[in-house]
Design a protein around this ligand. Sequence first.
Ligand code: AMP
Ligand code: MG
Length: 352
Amino acid sequence: MGTSLWIVDSSVDDLWGNPQIKDAAHQIRKGEVVAFPTETVYGLGANALDSTAVKKIFEAKGRPSDNPLIVHIAEKDQLRELVDEVTPVGEKLMNAFWPGPLSLIFKKKEGVFSELVTAGLDTVAIRVPEHPVAIALLKEADVPVAAPSANRSGRPSPTTAKHVLDDLHGRIKGVVDGGETGYGLESTVVDCTGDIPIILRPGSITAEDIRELIGEVLVDPALKDEKEAPKSPGMKYRHYAPEHPLFLVEGPIQLLQEFVDRFNQEGKRVGVLSTQENHQNITADATIVIGSEEELSSVAHSLYDTLRKSDQLNVDILLSQTFPEKGVGQAIMNRLRKAAGNQVLTEENLKK
Ligand code: AMP
Ligand code: MG
């Protein structure tokens, strides 16, 4: 399949009528899949009401069929036709954070969505994105669009059109290139079907943000405890994995240096992922900077690009520093742990 590239200047606020976006939206209406930028990561979109179209998302990504998709809509008014119930908590969250990087789980209206979208669950995840390209595309397509991240399953999510093409060239109808995405991590997923919101996947809208608004927030225990079954099916899969084995080092940056030295002694070449501040204090075979300690959102922004770039390093293993699990640090550590397949090194391991 030929994959089209539609280049759009996303600094334009209102892209209504843009010919590239019209083309892409036409393909979605025809039942094809196209990738597009959102404020979180690039999504791979198809008409959420059309099973034949949605099936193409799973095929292009190689995504397991028990992992449901997030439905994107242009305006919150569309919700009434799609869900059975909006709880008071859901209403508050939507009003505060939409458009934006928050996906909410609602009881779905039966018979509306393709069953593939919801993987047979009686709930559906929905969000209104904040990106001008995504909004214009959704308005033009005029259907709810199911869109997971536009990467091959298991790979880091794409934050540029190039990342999408690296993974999916020839497998999808096209990509709208609207430049680099903003937040860089996928949306926060929150179950708002009860009285207290439950975070199923951390993101740039943080537990602190939600607690401030609602007063109370729970976190799916599976996010902390590997033995628990996650409430969000996708959270059980290995994700974001770089090509080289990745280990997280829990402790001060000196400890990370000690691990570099230890692996070097064993004859292994080591690549290090660390912030701008720590970068200068590390000597390794290769180093990559992931944002700044001062501004954790800069770490979120560059995390996936860093993981993809690490594939090009001539090393045997990768070591990454860790981050405080506060604010967006929670989402960063969630993605890093998955990328590392939960391989964490502490001072204890050094003694062995
Ligand atoms: P992605 O689209 O790749 O960012 O993944 C979407 C995430 O949302 C996955 O972790 C899904 O398991 C989760 N998700 C989608 N729909 C639901 C739902 N109805 N209930 C719980 N989690 C969901
Ligand atoms: Mg994904």
